[in-house]
Design a binder for this molecule. Structure first.
Ligand code: B12
Ligand code: SF4
Ligand code: SF4
Length: 430
């Protein structure tokens, strides 16, 4: 950002400013600079006429009366001559402007993680997550997914909503619905993809010959492993990535790129002898440090599993109807986590403080209207009712719960009826 506080008219002499800025950008290894202007209303000055004109790839500032100007982007024409160190710094700055709290760069060598992935699949820990086994080794070999990839930019965005009711309080009241913190607001896939696209566009504008693609939970990508390598944090024993600054309440996204940017160093791990996440897991899904049997994880049972929830696991789910946060809630490093500043991740429709009975009464059209744009929408009304039925079965005995369950006992879906029947038995036997 360059401030021009004096001699406004002279400063904005078309030729002189363009030449000076182009000269400086050449000296810094860039092939050119685009200039754009922003008028500060409080200055009292008005922009006269059209300020920019294009010539030979450069953008000229016209003669105008303003008291400040901001260089919005530098244009690198030839990546061979580019200063990759400067570009990496610029990418970091753009990422922060776009709302990412963490950013790092790593190479594409994930050989060390490949055995872990294969072993995980061989043990069948992925359950019905067929997509985890589908893409061969593309997941651990970025250049096989996007040919030409030599680096990955890994990005993290905090999601813990500041205004949500305390999770332990919700979990302690069996008639209330617990929805994982990440799903209380707008679907993160939409938010992250939008920001990642904007970041990739900025790099594309700046570097001729750039090729890249964005990902966030959308493709065969080992996101945690890449973020680990790129120095965004370390892998906790619950298998998620966490850092001292942000805890683990953040989503991950990546841009695969063909530019040999300098890489960041991985962080040291700080789990030490702690095993809180393993000990707290209601379903014993973390079978050993860094090993998660997805088939037992409540996140899998409530979101990914399409059919019947194994009967032996149902009582352990308590009132968790969408996802689970226990292994993160107990982590000491989450005491340092910052809440999100994204309005998109703010709680919608009071989902942090709502009763099971109220949610169970939503018909399909209400489900669709209220949860449009939410990650929950993806599971559909039938799975939603299945999950709430289990939670109602686990809730303290109440006439309200029994009445609500009886109303759904004739639901058209066999899956819903089966879970309602189980829940009614639980309620009546208390
Ligand atoms: C499949 C999946 C799930 C599955 C399985 C989770 C899992 N841990 O594998 C289920 C449905 C259970 C799930 C749940 C959740 N998920 Co999820 N999930 C994914 C997904 C799509 C793939 C993860 C994956 O590759 N698993 C495969 C196995 C092989 O990987 P792994 O456990 O990491 O195993 C590695 C190591 O453990 C190691 N290893 C294996 N054995 C051993 C042994 C030793 C001794 C050592 C040192 C290492 C080691 O080798 C493996 C390869 O590197 C990613 C997005 C993506 N594309 O990466 C999101 C992702 C991991 N999920 C995410 C989230 C937020 C969640 C939930 C918190 C959601 C919720 N609140 O309900 C829970 C958390 C549960 C948990 N404790 O992991 C975020 C995590 C962000 C972060 N900060 O890390 C991701 C990155 C999505 C995103 N884009 O933000 N998820
Ligand atoms: S999300 Fe819940 S069920 Fe899954 S591993 Fe963590 S504590 Fe266990
Ligand atoms: S709870 Fe303990 S072991 Fe688990 S991730 Fe946090 S620090 Fe590591």
């Amino acid at each position: 950002m360059v401030w021009f506080n004096q001699s406004i008219r002279r400063t904005f002499h078309t030729i002189s400013i363009s030449e000076r800025i182009q000269h400086t950008s050449h000296q810094c290894g860039f092939a050119g600079a685009k200039i754009s202007m922003q008028v500060y209303n409080h200055s009292g000055f008005k922009l006269r006429g059209e300020p920019v004109g294009k010539l030979d790839g450069r953008i000229f500032v016209g003669k105008s009366q303003v008291d400040s100007a901001i260089i919005l982007s530098m244009h690198i024409r030839n990546p061979q001559q580019a200063d990759y160190g400067a570009l990496a710094l610029q990418i970091r700055a753009w990422a922060h402007e776009l709302g990412f709290q963490a950013v790092g760069i790593c190479d594409t060598d994930l050989a060390a993680a490949e055995n872990g992935l294969l072993e995980w699949l061989a043990l069948g820990f992925h359950g019905e997550l067929d997509y985890m086994a589908k893409h061969g080794l593309k997941r651990s070999r970025p250049a096989e997914l996007l040919p030409g990839t030599v680096r990955v930019i890994s990005l993290g965005m905090n999601y813990a909503p500041a205004d949500a009711l305390d999770s332990w309080q919700v979990l302690a009241e069996s008639a209330r619905a617990f929805i994982s913190r990440y799903a209380l607001g707008r679907d993160y896939h939409k938010v992250l993809r939008n920001r990642l696209t904007r970041l990739a566009d900025k790099i594309r504008d700046a570097v001729a010959g750039f090729n890249g693609r964005i990902y966030s939970d959308s493709a065969p990508v080992l996101e945690v492993e890449l973020a680990n390598k790129a120095g965004l944090g370390w892998r906790g024993k619950h298998t998620l990535l966490l850092s001292r600054e942000h805890g683990s309440w953040f989503f991950l996204g990546e841009i695969y790129i063909n530019l040999p940017l300098p890489v960041d160093n991985p962080q040291q791990e700080h789990c030490g002898s702690c095993t809180r996440c393993i000990d707290v897991c209601p379903t014993r899904a973390i079978v050993a440090p860094y090993r998660l049997d997805a088939r037992r994880c409540i996140s899998y049972l409530t979101i990914e599993l399409k059919g019947s929830i194994p009967v032996e696991l149902r009582p352990l789910m308590a009132n968790r109807i969408y996802g689970c946060d226990d292994c993160q809630l107990v982590c000491p490093w989450n005491g340092f986590a910052q809440s999100t500043v994204e309005p998109d991740f703010a709680v919608r429709h009071g989902l942090d403080d709502i009763s099971l009975v109220e949610l169970f009464a939503w018909d399909e059209s209400e489900f669709r209207t209220k949860l449009a744009g939410s990650a929950i929408y993806r599971i559909g009304h039938e799975q939603w009712l299945r999950n709430i039925a289990v939670a109602l079965g686990n809730a303290a005995k109440s006439d309200e719960a029994i009445f609500a369950l009886k109303l759904r006992a004739v639901h058209e879906s066999e899956l819903v009826r089966e879970h309602v029947e189980w829940a009614l038995k639980q309620q009546l036997n208390k």
